[in-house]
Design a protein around this ligand. Structure first.
Ligand code: HEM
Length: 141
């Protein structure tokens, strides 16, 4: 559960990203696939080296879903339910991949926002993205 201050910090950072979902998302995926190549196993249909269009398309979808989560911080479970079904029951993404994505997400934020991305914001985003991951992986049980 995020405090009021943590929610405000998540929203503040999202305001800086909103409108740039495609480029942030593509960079996030590129980092994920490069730093943790094992994650590519889930994206075999994109080919061994996904091209830029594929990264942009999927990156945008992924970041738009994060935007939905930001707007529904109080009700993540309901807001992300179809996405949780997809990741758990259809894609069967192992939950161990989510912390890798969270780490890359924070590096993308830090490299773009630099000093604007404060330690408190990182802590709030870590907690928020962990909450999103819990919801996206809990249907395995
Ligand atoms: C598909 C979001 C984590 C693998 C998707 C879609 C969204 C999404 C919105 C598209 C759904 C649709 O087409 O209806 C997210 C979010 C994540 C997350 C918000 C975490 C914060 C992960 C992780 C992996 C993964 C960690 C694996 C390493 C996939 C795959 C697809 C997918 C393989 C299908 C791609 C395709 O159809 O081309 N995800 N995802 N996701 N996700 Fe995730």
């Amino acid at each position: 559960m995020l405090s009021a201050q943590e929610r405000a910090q998540v929203a503040q950072v999202w305001d800086l990203i909103a409108g740039h979902e495609e480029s942030f998302g593509a960079e996030l995926l590129l980092r994920l696939f490069t730093v943790y190549p094992s994650t590519k196993v889930y994206f075999k249909h994109l080919g061994f080296c996904p091209d830029e269009t594929q990264l942009l398309t999927h990156g945008q979808r992924m970041l738009e879903a994060v935007g939905v989560a930001v707007r529904h911080m109080d009700n993540l479970r309901a807001a992300l339910s179809p996405l949780a079904d997809l990741h758990a029951q259809v894609l069967r993404v192992d939950p161990s991949n989510f912390p890798l994505l969270i780490q890359c997400f924070q590096v993308v934020l830090a490299s773009h926002l630099q000093g604007e991305f404060t330690v408190e914001m990182q802590a709030a985003w870590d907690k928020f993205l962990t909450g999103v991951s819990v919801v996206l992986t809990e249907k395995y049980r």
